[in-house]
Ligand binder design. Sequence first.
Ligand SMILES: Cc1cc2nc3c(=O)[nH]c(=O)nc-3n(C[C@H](O)[C@H](O)[C@H](O)COP(=O)(O)OP(=O)(O)OC[C@H]3O[C@@H](n4cnc5c(N)ncnc54)[C@H](O)[C@@H]3O)c2cc1C
Ligand code: SF4
Length: 330
Amino acid sequence: MDAFKFSRAATVDQATVSGAGPVKPIADVRFVAGGTNLIDMMKLNVERPKVVVDINGLPLDKVEATPQGGLKLGALTRNSDVAKHPVVVRDYAVLSEAILSGASPQLRNMASTGGNLLQRTRCPYFRDTAHACNKREPGSGCSAIGGHNRMLAILGTSKDCIATNPSDQNVALAALEAMVEVQGPKGKRSVPMHEFHVVPGATPHRETVLGAGEIITAVTLPAPLAGSKQVYLKLRDRAAYEFALASAAVVMKVDSGKVSHVRVALGGVGTKPWRSFEAEHELMGKSVDAANFRKAAEVALRDAKASSENGYKIELSKRCLVRALTMASV
Ligand SMILES: Cc1cc2nc3c(=O)[nH]c(=O)nc-3n(C[C@H](O)[C@H](O)[C@H](O)COP(=O)(O)OP(=O)(O)OC[C@H]3O[C@@H](n4cnc5c(N)ncnc54)[C@H](O)[C@@H]3O)c2cc1C
Ligand code: SF4
């Protein structure tokens, strides 16, 4: 690990002035929240900031009701606190289930809402500086294409990067149509969750729309839809402490046996948390039965591209979505 300067921000304005934001693969300034991802990356020399700004003193650790009937999760709320919050458990069960399916209790006690949004990929070559990686060093090549890619993405990939977004929380936030609240040198803005992360294209080092100096201040959830059911289903190599091979977040309402509202997001298979507008469109107004769920899954995975070791994910992801839809419909 390189030597770095350490400072603490007392206000959000101070943080946005001092922080360079996660724009470049090796930025000079980094915010630290729970540190469960950033410090790992620094120990591996993947992240080599000159300055680390501790944002834990900022007043961004509250869960608050919004005037619109929704919920605002401060960026520094811990994953454990969010997952156990009674309103989240009651009205946003998909988020609680997703968070609790990830990492370990100790990690969730430290991990923050904002840090989870920005956690980096678990692609083994990204984490190992001995290998070429376009995300870590733009233009150096991608060792995963043609290498070990069993865990990597099948949706939203490019010829330059096939890394998976590893977060469970982010998949639930996509299905809940959350807004990411951001503050920076140019002021405040709200970004819809499905627009916050970007696919790699020719610039895999750019993972979100955050600009230089911008900080995530909160995530806002819209008011829950009365009568809807929510499910997060995660498939993985072992039952705990493991990232998703495929996951599905579903928010669905059924009236008289037909789908009247549905939101679908997939995890473990996309280069970003994968909201499937195609599956939602396919399901709207349809009867809740196995044939229609399978059709939606086919549509959701229509553009999937397998690499040498991860072709199994296409069928796995379809079955995961069918199962999650079935669970949400009973
Ligand atoms: C062994 C292990 C297993 C895991 N398993 C899972 C799993 O199964 N599922 C899962 O979803 N996750 C898993 N995780 C990842 C874990 O959820 C993340 O490490 C955690 O959510 C990151 O949050 P943090 O607050 O610690 O982030 P930090 O490490 O503090 O920060 C991460 C990044 O976000 C930036 N950042 C943090 N807060 C802000 C902010 N407010 N504004 C702007 N930038 C910010 C930092 O600069 C850094 O770039 C696992 C982690 C480990 C170590
Ligand atoms: S898949 Fe992306 S993160 Fe992994 S080696 Fe290739 S460029 Fe790097």
